[in-house]
Design a protein around this ligand. Structure first.
Ligand code: ADP
Ligand code: MG
Length: 307
């Protein structure tokens, strides 16, 4: 059985969601235990992940160093965070596999994700990323980025286009079928467009849940397993009449979605990913917390979304 396992901010950086390196290793060490259970039970997986805090830290480093070193564009920073996080995941998993005597290989694939140059999102960048800049700094950055006014200064605004396809999907699929644990599509993948006779990186951020779903369909995964910091998706979340969802059909979840139970920027994209995965031939999407991954796969907990 094949699964795409999408790791949220909590799995990688812990509760504070800061890119401090010790915290990242600590969080991943415990996440690795949970993933090892799946591997031991014969699952073939690719791991995807977010990169919000890490890319935010790199943007801040660009800002501080910009007088001395030319700042790197966002798509390059995306590639850097894929390397950074891939390294942490690889090492923590490898150490856990060694401890448990699991004989499986692990590799990170730098992943590009095709987006449409004419995606509506490019007309109006809305997603603020990275640190707050002064007016003077913002003027300099305006040459390469759309800058937006926020409280206390300026921030880089980037578009969040829809993923069309995963450029490296075929190799990821082959590796998964070989039993290699693959880390891919980190940070939603590096957004690229078709320009002239080739691909070119663009400064945008693809939602990591939607990129994970694309990958899941393209490698024909049985399950899309989205690991976050809540055990269940709820309706009326945070209200008195909050109710956890355990087993829901596509039709039911679509109705809840329309009724506004899942806000954009947190649960919304996960539900959209869940729906798209099944619509495109996937069997089931499971959303749960990191430490419940294995129990959820056995049907004991988590929110299960299916046809
Ligand atoms: P990740 O880094 O895993 O993508 P997010 O913060 O983007 O995490 O999304 C998970 C969060 O979504 C939860 O911590 C929870 O606060 C929030 N959330 C919003 N709506 C719901 C809902 N209907 N059910 C459960 N959680 C929800
Ligand atoms: Mg999120």
């Amino acid at each position: 059985m094949k699964a795409i396992v999408a790791l949220g901010g909590n799995a990688l950086t812990g509760k504070e969601r800061k890119a401090e390196i010790k915290k990242q290793f600590e969080a991943m060490k415990s996440t690795a235990k949970s993933i090892a259970k799946m591997i031991k039970n014969g699952w073939h997986i690719a791991i995807t992940h977010g990169n919000g805090p890490q890319v935010g830290a790199l943007l801040l480093q660009q800002k501080i160093a910009m007088r001395e070193v030319p700042p790197m564009p966002l798509h390059v920073l995306g590639a850097l965070t894929q390397g950074e996080i891939g390294y942490i995941v690889q090492q923590c998993l490898l150490n856990e596999f060694e401890r448990q005597g699991i004989n499986r290989r692990i590799a990170t694939i730098i992943t590009q994700v095709l987006v449409d140059e004419n995606d509506e999102a490019f007309k109006k960048p809305t997603k603020p990323i990275g640190p707050i800049y002064s007016e003077e700094e913002a003027r300099k950055l305006e040459k390469s980025y759309v800058m937006g006014r926020v409280e206390g200064g300026w921030r880089i605004l980037v578009p969040s286009p829809k993923p069309i396809s995963i450029i490296e999907a075929d190799i990821i699929k082959k590796m998964m079928e070989e039993g290699i644990v693959v880390i891919a599509a980190g940070g939603g993948g590096i957004p690229v467009v078709k320009k002239g006779d080739g691909l070119q990186g663009v400064d945008a951020v693809i939602d990591k849940d939607l990129a994970s779903q694309k990958l899941a369909n393209e490698v024909a995964a049985d399950i899309l397993l989205i690991l976050t910091d809540v055990e269940h998706v709820c309706i009326n979340y945070g209200k008195e009449n909050e109710m956890p969802l355990t087993d829901v059909s596509l039709q039911e979840i679509e109705e809840y979605y329309k009724d506004g139970h899942f806000p954009p920027g947190s649960m919304g994209p996960k539900i959209e990913a869940a729906i798209n995965f099944i619509r495109n031939g996937g069997k089931e999407t499971i959303i749960t917390s990191i430490n419940k991954a294995w129990e959820a796969l056995q049907g004991k907990t988590g929110t299960h979304i299916h046809e």
